[in-house]
Design a protein around this ligand. Structure first.
Ligand code: ZN
Length: 104
């Protein structure tokens, strides 16, 4: 879920008269500090007990939000952003490159 999707969600809430929710979404970056965001990425649900979160916010939503902003991983070989990769001796290599290396 990127910033644009969050904004769209907020606008939809605004239109349906749920401006409190819209406002919460628009300030989500301030509501959830970076340290907590990192823990959400790590699937640490104890965050929910430590932060005061509105009841309509689901864990799935938070994960979606946090994961989108997570640091991008780039392949050391082809330089593309990748989600499926292997770390090999401090080198990040995407599955595609790994596959072509195996074939060599
Ligand atoms: Zn690659």
């Amino acid at each position: 879920m990127d910033k644009k999707q969050i904004e769209e969600m907020a606008m939809k809430l605004q239109r349906t008269g749920q401006s409190d929710r819209a406002r919460w979404l628009q300030t989500i970056d301030q509501k959830i500090p970076a340290l907590f965001k990192k823990r959400i990425v790590e699937n640490d649900k104890s965050v929910l007990r430590e932060l005061i979160m509105p009841s309509w916010i689901t864990w799935e939503f938070l994960r979606d939000w946090a994961l989108d902003d997570a640091e991008e991983v780039r392949c050391s070989s082809c330089g593309l952003v990748t989600e499926n990769f292997t770390n090999f001796k401090n080198i990040t290599i995407c599955n595609e490159c790994l596959e072509s290396l195996r074939k060599m």
